[in-house]
Design a protein around this ligand. Structure first.
Ligand code: NIG
Ligand code: FE
Length: 404
């Protein structure tokens, strides 16, 4: 006894190299022991011995079961919003114009620095809840709107607190190298020194799971990012990079040299960058919300990524400036419509490849021994998950073996 059984379901295991697209198994069964998957496969193959040990039995009512969704790139904890800049952009200003005039990331820095932790958390919750209602079980949250020790710490602590209070696994990323704070104007290299010292402290406090940077003409140069990555690596922390979003700065090559888990955005990625990513097995995290919201016209080179075998993940990039988005399902649709991913690639992008982008090997597919994070969907076929606009067919989410 003690095992839990789900039947009357179709399972999309999302296993790489499975016989069927999506690793689809009709009339499947899924057995959970504690927080792990004990068995998954066609119901007719379920060993009688295992069945006899199943206590709790769940009728999934014909649901499609997929791995829990993973949103691998968000700035979900931040103060305020930037609706006013949205209006400015509609009147002709560009994202870079606004950033250079002291708005953009800097305006969110002001709002984040002045917010109490309780206020920051209260503002983050309405962004988190819709993601949870869509079956998100693992969520990455970056710092990067504090840009000073105390406020970067505050952001990371709020991110950790969300993981304590909600049934979701939160992975934190230190993004001190997001923008140059005004007090360091004209002294970018001094600020990089400060980033290194913040990293040391925040890592010591157990607040950092990974390190990110923004490599761009309005942010940091490859040489400056290289210093941050070297420091991260000396602490044993994995790195990732906002790369080639607005221009080709060679960030992808740099990140690949440091064995980056992922390079994110990538609209301007070159073939050399794609080759470097392939060689380093870095994931390409595509962010259709930011592409859409900034009305970009240069589409990330999906064909190049496919040709070089670079795994593709999809994420919301939930942030106030370029992607005020709390729907990962909408991103599936937009990855297909805007970037021409197949629905199967898009779903792999929020499961198997999103797990890889976070360096997590215990989730993202449904297989024996992995975490029992999965979602029951009221759909007939997996493509429906990418098909709807504003639809949420999530019936139930199981987090570490327990319905939430
Ligand atoms: O992922 N590209 C840099 N950072 C964020 C946006 C930051 C902002 O505008 O607040 C992004 O797009
Ligand atoms: Fe981002």
């Amino acid at each position: 006894m003690g095992l839990k059984l789900w039947t009357h379901c179709n399972v999309a295991s999302m296993q790489a190299g499975a016989d069927q697209p999506y690793g689809l198994m009709a009339d499947a069964a899924l057995v959970v022991e504690g927080e792990r998957i004990a068995w998954v496969g066609p119901r007719s193959d379920l060993p009688a011995e295992l069945l006899s040990r199943c206590g709790e039995q769940h009728d999934a009512q014909g649901a499609l079961i997929t791995p829990g969704l993973i949103d691998c790139h968000t700035h979900l904890v931040h103060g305020g919003d930037r609706a006013q800049e949205f209006e400015q952009r509609l009147n002709g200003a560009t994202y870079e114009d606004i950033a250079r005039a002291g708005g953009g990331i800097q305006s969110t820095v002001r709002a984040t620095r002045s917010a109490t932790p309780a206020r920051l958390q209260a503002q983050a919750e309405p962004r988190l809840k819709p993601l949870l209602s869509e079956g998100v079980t693992t969520l990455e949250i970056k710092s990067g709107y504090g840009l000073a020790l105390e406020s970067e710490r505050k952001m990371l602590q709020v991110a950790r607190a969300l993981g304590q209070e909600y049934a979701v696994d939160i992975r934190t990323t230190f993004l001190g190298a997001h923008a140059l704070p005004t007090e360091f104007a004209g002294r970018a290299d001094d600020y990089v020194d400060e980033v290194l010292s913040m990293l040391q402290v925040l890592h010591g406090e157990g607040l950092v799971d990974a390190v990110d940077g923004f490599c761009e003409r309005i942010a940091f140069s490859p040489a400056q990012i290289a210093r941050v990555f070297a420091a991260a690596q000396s602490l044993g922390l994995p790195v990732k990079l906002h790369a080639e979003q607005l221009s080709d700065s060679g960030g992808a090559q740099l990140a690949a040299q440091h064995g980056a888990l992922s390079c994110d955005h990538l609209e301007w990625l070159s073939e050399d960058g794609a080759c470097a990513m392939a060689a380093a097995n870095s994931v390409a995290v595509l962010l259709p919300g930011a592409f859409y919201f900034l009305r970009e016209t240069k589409v990330p080179p999906v064909e190049l990524l496919r040709r070089h075998g670079v795994p593709i993940a999809i994420s919301t990039d939930c942030n106030p400036g370029t992607s005020p988005c709390s729907s990962l399902l909408l991103m599936l649709n937009m990855a297909c419509t805007l970037f021409r991913l197949t629905p199967e690639e898009a779903l792999a992008g929020v499961t198997r490849h999103a797990a890889q982008a976070l360096g997590l090997r215990d989730r993202g597919v449904l297989a024996t021994g992995l975490r029992a994070d999965f979602v029951l969907w009221d759909v007939q076929r997996p493509a429906q998950l990418a098909y709807g606009l504003g639809a949420n067919p999530c019936m139930q989410t199981i987090f570490k073996g327990t319905p939430r």
